[in-house]
Design a protein around this ligand. Sequence first.
Ligand SMILES: Cc1cc2nc3c(=O)[nH]c(=O)nc-3n(C[C@H](O)[C@H](O)[C@H](O)COP(=O)(O)OP(=O)(O)OC[C@H]3O[C@@H](n4cnc5c(N)ncnc54)[C@H](O)[C@@H]3O)c2cc1C
Length: 459
Amino acid sequence: MEQHIGFFNSILRANAVIIEHEALKDYAKDCTEDLEYIPQVALLPSTAEQVSKIMAYCYEHNLPVTPRGAGTGLSGGALPVNGGVVISCKNLNQILDINTDAFQATVEPGVINEVFQNACKEKGLFYPPDPASKGSCFMGGNLAENSGGPKAVKYGTTKDYVLNLEVVLPNGEMIWTGANVLKNATGYNLTQLVCGSEGTLGFITKIVVRLLPYPKENLLLLASFNDIATPCRAVNAILKAGITPSGLEYMERNAVDWSMRFADISLDLAAETEAILLVEVDGNNLETLYQDVEQINGILEEYDCSNVFFAESDLEKERLWKVRRVCGEAVHSHSIYKEEDTVVPRNHLPELLTSVKAIGKQFGFESVCYGHAGDGNLHVNILKGEMDDEAWNKTVKLGIREIFEVCKNLGGTISGEHGIGLVQREYMDVVFSVTQLELMRSIKKVFDPKGLMNPGKIF
Ligand SMILES: Cc1cc2nc3c(=O)[nH]c(=O)nc-3n(C[C@H](O)[C@H](O)[C@H](O)COP(=O)(O)OP(=O)(O)OC[C@H]3O[C@@H](n4cnc5c(N)ncnc54)[C@H](O)[C@@H]3O)c2cc1C
């Protein structure tokens, strides 16, 4: 690598070329288990043109390139498994435009999701995709993973907002994938192909998204249940009643307890509570929202809900959402875990949950589940605890495969929003045929014939 550093120094500021071992550790991990891969160099460009020059050089010299956002990924996508060059989005962090007439915005990939959401809100506009990690994850990472979040049940995921992307291809060439329009039936949809491609097809340097008017009001309640599967049945009943909440989140009791401890928040839950639902409705008419809440209350009662807590103030809402948002970190602080991002048609969630627990018993692991119940997206966190490495690396994987088989048989798949990255690629055969996988590999080859762009991911 030493021979290449001179080139990188010639196009970037001195502090944007990182080669010291200790400093490189910041680019070696994400939030996936305890995995660590140290790159040979990390580069922090601040313009798309610099990214293009770096990528052209790496292509010519056969250097593997791994794009990196904030490193909050849960499938190991940003880990430089083959060493080489990490290109960080950290200094590509400008909100370039928020257009209140066109309801569109253009941002660089290093903008933090929440910073962007707040900037939109100040102008009366709404960017709904809000991963629980919104306070730290970057827009580029969100695009690359097609991230979701609690609001997806009503508003959809990142793919539903992206209109156009500026992308640097592996050989350094720069393209726009589409046009800044709401409708587009012009040729293959390169924008949607790059969205969710996990940094394996190119480096995203600009993102154009559509925006909505900001909903003025919201109401939030927490419902407690004395068993783990009934809340998932209630979720479906709420939607079938014609109400589309802006959040329908599920947490098992352990997840709630650990999150409360982690965030130093206390909620008054009965000893018998086994699981909770957070239900949020939003809109512009408060009276209609209260009617929705009344109807939801009725449905929750029918589904044996033991208690409903209604958040009376913004502070109470914030506290409830915080318990949900810190959940991943809380579980992580409890034990090393493998987080499976299972997703099934919503009506099959109860069967998925029951199967996960039965498979855990069979393979000897404990799991704690939470997630976006309104989307049928359940995060199954398998805890390492005191398990030895042999069991963790072999037996648990057999159990995960079983869980994914269940997902497939219920009409679902193996990732709803976290992507395949490094850690899920060995399960791709559960849901894709040889022909399907070959088609995907062929697409990858067209973009990246030398296989240098985020190698070791997806396939
Ligand atoms: C506590 C916690 C809660 C979470 N909650 C949610 C949630 O509710 N919903 C959800 O969907 N996810 C969630 N996540 C997962 C994670 O935050 C998302 O996947 C997020 O989008 C990753 O963004 P990042 O900037 O951290 O990307 P990174 O982890 O740095 O990278 C993720 C992938 O994007 C690629 N990439 C990054 N930037 C670019 C670019 N400019 N061009 C091309 N490829 C790029 C990387 O190569 C990698 O493959 C959560 C994670 C944590 C730790």
